[in-house]
Design a protein around this ligand. Structure first.
Ligand code: NAD
Length: 770
């Protein structure tokens, strides 16, 4: 059961997002919506699906991972083109949240689907049994729920809801496809209102608001107490509400309340003063918070007006947030005043609700924790939070509140998780179900697989003769410590006779933000020019040592991969990038050029692609590299990285971050037999004439007001390296180009404007235009 062609019905927020994700992953996609006009001859028949696609193309953050993926989506309408679904391996229904139209659609799909097709519903809460009314047994075997989160590209969680009749092979095929091809984290949920994540997440929102009112706290106080402090997303309660939309919150609470008979009512001020007046959150420019030119305002629920934001910045809380979760949560037990009372009440409410419902929502507690981590961005799921608070403390709190002690709590012997096992609903401890394909560096490190460690980087044994070099500095910036660690690690891998090396990490934000600018700035102010030259040389040597190593080196970037981080990636034998990789040579922003081999590598790469063809204009290669560097082009995905030339055809992309390190390890093993390091290359450099052409472009940009005098100076330095200096055309080696990079880097660093740019960026994190 291989899924290559996907049919999505309903081109709204979710359907168009799911279509964009599947197309980005490489599937052919059919996207249908209702007809836009009853007249069969009307040109607007497929307008709703076309509009849905157009919105997805323009959406921010982007729904598509690259422009080319749009062409993989064919749009149509459910009257004229429903037959297209007959080709699809997976048909996903994402239409209006009403049972009847969904049932009618499934009846039509049943009549035409391939016998091997999988059909799923993206419903947020209509029971699967209701959706399946009137369907044949054959259809029922091929049907399940697939609950994506908005936006589908970025939210890792996919709740899969099989029915008792779903063929286990269908569940396996759907999970495999969603995990590997779409990159989702799968959690199997039971068929109950709100499934796992929304049931607990939305309950948490409603309960928080009630406790806030009871203790008389402000929205600012509550967000300060219900975010990182208790292991939740940094956006805490109300920022999360603004992000997802207050109308969605109102709709979902109403739906879950009606379906469960539980009280999910939001306070009246949410309906009357916010939803009722169109203040729906970020999408309308205001909700619980409102951003103005003079700063952020916070909604004051007591007066139903906005007041200047007053972040909760108590010293105790700020200090606690820096602690690991197991030490951080106990801090709330003694937090004084109304804030302390509120946060204790809140975690006790959440724990009690979760314990009471857990076995109705999921098959195990691990699914519940993963659902909250992947769907709501919690650092730790509810059972991990309970472990950090302590079973005995919770029992006392329940008793003090007059609540029953849920049996699941009594089953736990000391904690829900221990020694790599978790508590089952039967009271047994069983090994944690592995996340398929996941290598955990932290886990390996804990089990003694560290081969080298200097505090800023470490080398970990991944098994099968493959090691992983992991950056460990702040935002994985690259300084002396990391480079020394790399050198030592390369020697160690060679000495151990390993098959090869992966360079990667598990940081959710950045593979690496590049060279450590604070060190550069410090050396400049001390006038230590010889030291600076030596450090650039060390950086270049480090990057080249990746190429020269006698074993394969596979770099695995994910998230921000900037400047030096990008240069590391460019020098790998092969790259195994995560789909969400944002890479670029951004040095011009601080008035520098890529001096760690980045300028050289782009030129070499683009020129060698062309120079086998006779009479080709090599300036095209120079211009391509120049544009990427001079505009500090940063990709919005790894697919774009490939389109721009940062990645080559032989470089690969993992859709699922959890698979990336094992994919990279496998790549090392594929490359290892008979591996030979690449030999030194030469390319034809254009010299003076090439520089002249680029200077003309720089001059035009300055005349047009798009570039400052210093931008031109920086641009000229880039041009100088890319053309191999300003002599006659000549063949240049990699080392020639590295020498030019170093020379031009130092000369730019000597200018007042570049030094100002660096100082400004270090202070504000933003680029300075001077
Ligand atoms: P939406 O209103 O943005 O889009 C629904 C689309 O379906 C519209 O374009 C509409 O024209 C089309 N449609 C309606 N009836 C149709 C029919 N009979 N045939 C074909 N197309 C039809 O809604 P959405 O937010 O994309 O939600 C779609 C589904 O996904 C719902 O079941 C919803 O509960 C569920 N869901 C939504 C979210 C979310 O955050 N928005 C999250 C998870 C699941």
């Amino acid at each position: 059961m291989r899924v290559t062609t996907v049919g999505v019905v309903g081109a709204g927020a979710m359907g168009s997002g799911i279509a964009a994700l599947a197309a980005s992953a490489g599937c052919r996609v059919v996207l249908l919506d209702i007809p836009g006009d009853a007249d069969p001859a009307s040109p607007n028949r497929s307008a709703p699906a076309k509009n849905g696609l157009a919105k997805a193309i323009k959406s921010k953050p982007a729904s598509f991972m690259e422009a080319a993926a749009v062409a993989r989506v064919r749009v149509g309408n459910t009257d004229d083109h429903v037959s297209w679904l007959a080709e699809c391996d997976w048909i996903c229904e994402a239409i209006i949240e009403l049972a009847e139209p969904k049932q009618q659609l499934f009846a039509r799909i049943e009549a035409l689907m391939k016998p091997t097709a999988i059909v799923s519903s993206n419903t947020s809460g209509i029971p699967m049994a209701t959706l399946l009314e009137g369907r044949s047994e054959k259809f029922r075997r091929r049907f399940l729920g697939t609950h994506f989160f908005n936006p589908p590209r970025y939210m890792h969680l996919l709740e899969v809801i099989p029915t008792p009749e779903t063929d286990p092979a269908v569940i396996g095929a759907m999970n495999g496809f969603a995990e590997r091809t779409l990159g989702k984290g799968i959690v199997i949920a039971k068929d109950v209102p709100g499934f796992i994540a929304n049931r607990l997440g939305v309950y948490g929102m409603v309960a928080t608001m009630r406790r806030m009112q009871q203790h008389g706290l402000t929205i600012d106080e509550v967000d300060g107490l219900t975010g990182s402090l208790i292991g939740r997303a940094r956006s805490a309660t109300f920022r999360t509400g603004d992000l997802s939309g207050l109308d969605v919150l109102a709709h979902v609470t109403k739906g879950i309340g009606a379906a469960t008979g539980e009280d999910f009512a939001l306070p009246t001020w949410v309906h009357e003063a916010l939803v009722g007046t169109g203040k729906l959150g970020d999408k309308t420019g205001g909700g619980f918070y409102s951003k103005t030119k003079t700063g952020t305002l916070t909604f004051d629920w007591k007066t139903t007006s906005y007041v200047p934001q007053q972040r909760l910045e108590g010293g105790d809380i700020r200090q606690a947030i820096r602690l690991p979760i197991a030490q951080r949560l106990p801090v709330i037990k003694t937090l004084p005043g109304a804030q302390g009372a509120f946060v204790r009440d809140h975690v006790v409410d959440a724990a009690h609700y979760t314990l009471t419902l857990a076995s109705q929502l999921a098959h195990d507690i691990v699914a519940i924790d993963r659902a909250m981590e992947w769907g709501y961005g919690w650092e730790a799921g509810p059972f991990q939070v309970m472990d950090a608070l302590g079973i005995d403390w919770l029992r006392e709190q329940f008793k003090a509140e007059g609540l029953d002690v849920p049996p699941l709590l009594e089953l736990a012997q000391g904690s829900f998780y221990k020694n790599g096992e978790y508590l089952t609903f039967d009271g047994q401890y069983e090994p944690l179900p592995a996340i398929p394909g996941r290598i955990s560096l932290a886990g390996l490190a804990q089990s003694g697989r560290v081969l080298e460690d200097n505090g800023l980087s470490r080398l970990i044994d991944l098994g099968d003769g493959v090691a992983c070099f992991e950056f460990r500095s702040k935002m994985n910036s690259l300084g002396q410590g990391v480079l020394e660690g790399l050198e030592k690690s390369l020697r160690k891998v060679e000495k151990l006779g390993f098959n090869g090396l992966v360079i990667g990490n598990e940081d959710p934000r950045a593979f690496s933000v590049g060279a450590d600018l604070s060190l550069v700035s410090f050396a400049v102010s001390a006038g230590a020019w010889d030291d600076i030259e030596a450090s650039i040389r060390t950086f270049q040597d480090a990057v080249m040592s990746i190429r020269r190593a006698p074993f394969p080196v596979v770099v695995a970037p994910a998230g921000m991969t900037l400047g030096g981080g990008c240069e590391f990636t460019l020098h790998a034998d092969a790259v195994q990038a995560h789909a969400e990789t944002y890479m670029g040579l951004v040095e011009v922003g601080v008035g520098l050029l890529p001096g760690g081999g980045g300028t050289k590598e782009l030129l070499m790469r683009f020129t060698s692609e062309l120079q086998n063809y006779e009479e080709v204009d090599l300036f095209a290669a120079v211009k391509r590299a120049f544009k990427l560097i001079a505009f500090a082009t940063t990709t919005t995905s790894a697919f774009e990285g490939r389109a721009f030339g940062f990645l080559r055809d032989r470089d690969r992309i993992s859709m699922n971050r959890d698979h990336q390190l094992s994919d990279a390890k496998q790549r090392v093993l594929d490359l290892a037999p008979g591996y030979l390091p690449p030999i030194e290359r030469t390319v034809r450099a254009l010299g003076r004439e090439g520089i002249g052409n680029l200077e003309y472009a720089l001059w035009a940009a300055k005349e047009g007001g798009q570039a400052s005098a210093h931008d031109v100076r920086v641009g000229r330095a880039v041009a100088y390296v890319l053309c191999g200096g300003d002599g006659s055309p000549r063949d240049v080696t990699e080392q020639d180009l590295l020498d030019l990079e170093r020379e031009q880097f130092l000369s730019l660093l000597g200018t007042k404007e570049t030094q100002e740019r660096i100082a400004y960026t270090l202070k504000t994190g933003k680029p300075l235009r001077n």
